[in-house]
Write a protein that binds this ligand. Structure first.
Ligand SMILES: [Zn+2]
Length: 464
């Protein structure tokens, strides 16, 4: 790949409280080789027009956004779960109906469309929390990783990076009830058999350089996940944690999304889910707890002290009536916050980011909990780090050349100062997306996927 130059009207550089005008960004072989503020001016100047060979990026250019928590197939549920009352648990039954209908081909089509929607929204890397491992009755496919392979192919075709968080899911309840009905396809029997299958997938990805395509930059990582304390018996947690540790892979876990999970865990184990995970070696700097909506004060301290990250999913948490997580208290405890669109009721990292601040306002009736640069960090560098990509999410030399340009001339963003973009822009304002130096979205269009048509078709296949 040859060198490429972009001239950003505004770019948000690392450790800056607000964007900088007139920034030349250069990249070679998918990595940023130079970042040069040309004028040092607070507003763009006409004097940089001479850079004729650089692609001009009008608007605000951000580092790539990271979606740290996804279940791709939940995209099929959007708009289909609002007919009546209910809660997380009734929603889950609808979700299981779709899960039961997927096979590797329909999973590939649905995930490719969902990941391409993410690309349109400026997401350059996704963490897929993947537990649809086997056939509908629990029988493995001829290739036991056929479903995981479909996700790898989906991300490759959609043009974004993937951290495939291969999820251990063994039981239905904290006290060890077996998987039944639609849950049977999630299970590997025990954690050792999960580890064997996950190792085979990780080794395959490793052999192909994580691309499925020879000679390209690595674009897929395999990590691990504990579905939750409901789904992995306490005595098997260390097997999953040990697998991730040995391979230097990220480890994710759903944590305290619902008070009922806390109650069941206390009843079965005499401690909170966070304490149980810590006691079995699951928490630590390589671990990300997803949601952490209902932790105790001691849990918040524990997450901070162990260096565990937290992935907040505010639009899903509101959609599922989960509650509001203690974002500011977690940040104060030293927890790195990242963001995920999770159930994809909405795929819009701007909406997730501002919800972190706005939800705190609702709870406290005070404004001003998170600076814009903190929301940017959660949406970018912290998210990439949570997914095992320590070399992404910053517009600085040596980082992966991920660029996301947001227009500042739409009906939503016109007149908005660049620093206010996270409180005004939506996914629809993303015009240009570069992943590892390659343009994936230009002028608001995905270059290889007809996203609305593919979504419509893929969702019809699994819901009609
Ligand atoms: Zn989830």
């Amino acid at each position: 790949m040859t060198g490429t130059r972009w001239l950003a009207e505004y770019a948000w550089l690392p450790d800056r409280a607000e964007p900088t005008a007139d920034v030349l960004i250069e990249a070679e072989d998918g990595r940023i080789t130079a970042v040069t503020p040309l004028t040092g001016a607070g507003t763009p100047t006409a004097g940089v027009e001479v850079l004729g060979d650089a692609t001009r990026l009008p608007g605000l250019t951000l580092p790539g956004l990271a979606n740290a928590h996804s279940h791709a197939f939940h995209r099929a549920l959007r708009g289909r779960t609002h007919g009546g009352r209910g809660d997380f648990w009734t929603w889950r039954n609808v979700m299981y109906d779709v899960a039961a209908r997927l096979d590797p081909d329909s999973y590939l089509a649905l995930a490719r469309a969902a990941y391409a929607e993410m690309a349109l929204a400026g997401i350059t890397c996704v963490g897929e929390f993947h537990y649809l491992h086997h056939g509908p009755d629990g029988t493995p496919y001829a290739d036991p990783n056929a479903m995981g392979a479909a996700l790898v192919e989906a991300a490759t075709q959609a043009g974004i990076r993937l951290t495939l968080l291969d999820t251990c899911y063994l039981t239905a309840t904290v006290d060890g009830e077996p998987l039944t009905g639609p849950q049977r396809r999630f299970g590997d029997g025990d954690a050792l058999r999960w580890a064997d299958r996950a190792s085979a997938l990780a080794d395959t990805v490793e052999r192909t350089g994580g691309t499925g395509r020879a000679g390209e930059t690595r674009r897929v990582l395999v990590g691990a996940a504990v579905h939750s304390v409901r789904a992995v018996p306490a005595e098997q947690l260390a097997t999953v944690a040990g697998w991730a540790d040995r391979r230097g892979a990220p480890l994710h876990v759903h944590l305290s999304e619902q008070p009922a999970e806390n109650d069941a865990c206390r009843a079965a184990h005499g401690r909170t889910p966070a304490r149980l995970l810590a006691d079995h070696g699951v928490l630590g700097p390589g671990t990300v707890a997803v949601h952490a909506t209902h932790p105790t004060s001691a849990d918040v301290t524990l997450l901070g002290d162990t260096g565990t990250g937290v992935c907040l999913c505010p639009t899903t948490e509101r959609d599922l009536a989960d509650g509001i997580g203690p974002a500011r208290r977690l940040a104060e405890a030293g927890v790195a916050l990242s963001l995920g669109s999770d159930s994809h009721a909405v795929i819009d990292l701007f909406e997730e980011a501002r919800a972190v601040e706005l939800d705190e306002r609702l709870r406290t009736r005070q404004r001003g909990h998170f600076a814009p640069a903190e929301l940017l960090a959660a949406a970018t560098v912290a998210g990439h780090a949570a997914l095992g990509w320590g070399d992404a999410g910053r517009l600085s030399v040596g980082n992966r050349a991920d660029l996301v340009t947001v227009r500042l001339d739409s009906a939503r963003t016109a007149g908005v100062p660049p620093v206010g973009a996270f409180f005004a822009a939506t996914a629809a304002d993303v015009t240009h997306v570069v992943v590892d130096g390659r343009t994936v979205v230009a002028d608001g269009r995905h270059l290889t996927v007809d996203v609305p048509a593919e979504l419509r078709h893929a969702i019809q296949e699994v819901t009609s």
